[in-house]
Design a protein around this ligand. Sequence first.
Ligand SMILES: *[C@@H]1O[C@H](CO)[C@@H](O)[C@H](O)[C@H]1NC(C)=O
Ligand SMILES: *[C@@H]1O[C@H](CO)[C@@H](O)[C@H](O)[C@H]1NC(C)=O
Ligand SMILES: *[C@@H]1O[C@H](CO)[C@@H](O)[C@H](O)[C@H]1NC(C)=O
Ligand SMILES: *[C@@H]1O[C@H](CO)[C@@H](O)[C@H](O)[C@H]1NC(C)=O
Ligand SMILES: *[C@@H]1O[C@H](CO)[C@@H](O)[C@H](O)[C@H]1NC(C)=O
Length: 298
Amino acid sequence: MVREGSPCWTQKCRGLLLGLLVILILGAVVVLSAVVLARRREPPAPLPQWKGRGSTAHLREILLGRCFSYAGLLHPELRKDCLKIWEAFEKAFISKNPCNITEEDYQPLMALAAHPIPCNKTLLWSKTNELAHQYTKVRGDLLTLEDTLLGYMADGLMWCGSPSSAEMNYQSCPHWRECANNPNSIYWKMASRIFAEAACGVVHVMLNGSISQPFGNSSIFGSVEVHHLNPKRVHLMKVWVIHNLSAQSSDSCSKSSIKELKSILEGRNIAFSCKGDHRAVQLIQCVGNPEEPACRAC
Ligand SMILES: *[C@@H]1O[C@H](CO)[C@@H](O)[C@H](O)[C@H]1NC(C)=O
Ligand SMILES: *[C@@H]1O[C@H](CO)[C@@H](O)[C@H](O)[C@H]1NC(C)=O
Ligand SMILES: *[C@@H]1O[C@H](CO)[C@@H](O)[C@H](O)[C@H]1NC(C)=O
Ligand SMILES: *[C@@H]1O[C@H](CO)[C@@H](O)[C@H](O)[C@H]1NC(C)=O
Ligand SMILES: *[C@@H]1O[C@H](CO)[C@@H](O)[C@H](O)[C@H]1NC(C)=O
């Protein structure tokens, strides 16, 4: 009796089982595709958002190009290996927290790229960026940091990485106000320190007489360079305080901020001399503004 009814029951059961199976498979497909779609929509692990501009596009190409131009064409006697320099540069900050860069990170790069500066050739500057570089281009007798390999390669560029990625962060990098130990600030502080330490003989500095504090103790010049000149090698600092051409030429050497510089230098046993408006510099200013009254005498 039971057996008689069982084929029918089994058929029903088969039907039910088949239905259940189809439902299960359909359900699994729906769930799986939902998971896959959700994964797809998830953006790649986001890079941290900083307030400063991101790494310069084509950083590698620019840096390598500048290195080959400087060390290959302009100064082959330095015998620098630009590929090694690039590798050391990258290693200093790639895959690292861009707020936690140290001088040790840059040590291998600085050792590879630094080169001697002849005595009496060093020109430091603060708030006179453009004019100081125009001056060294026109007159070959002095060199700024940007006329050395380290300064030349990185001038105007930005770079940083992120601990979660082996790539550069092209979106944003820490502004110096966000954190002082960022790859850019540490690089410039260290390169400036090495440049100042290498100076000997007479050192020149071009300061800006058209601002209230031509010497500022928080500038790189005031906070790093002045304190790392070696008094055993540097005997005199010649200060040029340069005004805007249109501004009244005032006696800038007696300004209190210049007196502060004088006392810091004399405290370090380095003699000090100061000149407002150096003629050779003024002539370069005049090239861009020949109609200025101050340029007529020429
Ligand atoms: C910063 O770096 C040092 C050494 O590189 C490490 O010991 C320290 O834990 C780091 N700190 C942070 C906050 O990442
Ligand atoms: C550097 O300048 C000083 C003073 O002008 C001079 O006595 C010295 O010989 C110069 N040194 C070199 C290497 O030119
Ligand atoms: C001095 O600083 C002012 C303000 O930043 C700037 O406009 C001017 O060009 C600077 N002067 C020189 C000689 O660099
Ligand atoms: C100096 O000159 C520049 C342009 O040549 C101007 O932008 C700036 O405001 C001037 N600064 C002062 C303090 O006169
Ligand atoms: C920088 O100068 C200001 C005054 O201009 C002074 O109060 C401050 O202590 C100085 N800072 C350093 C580190 O010398």
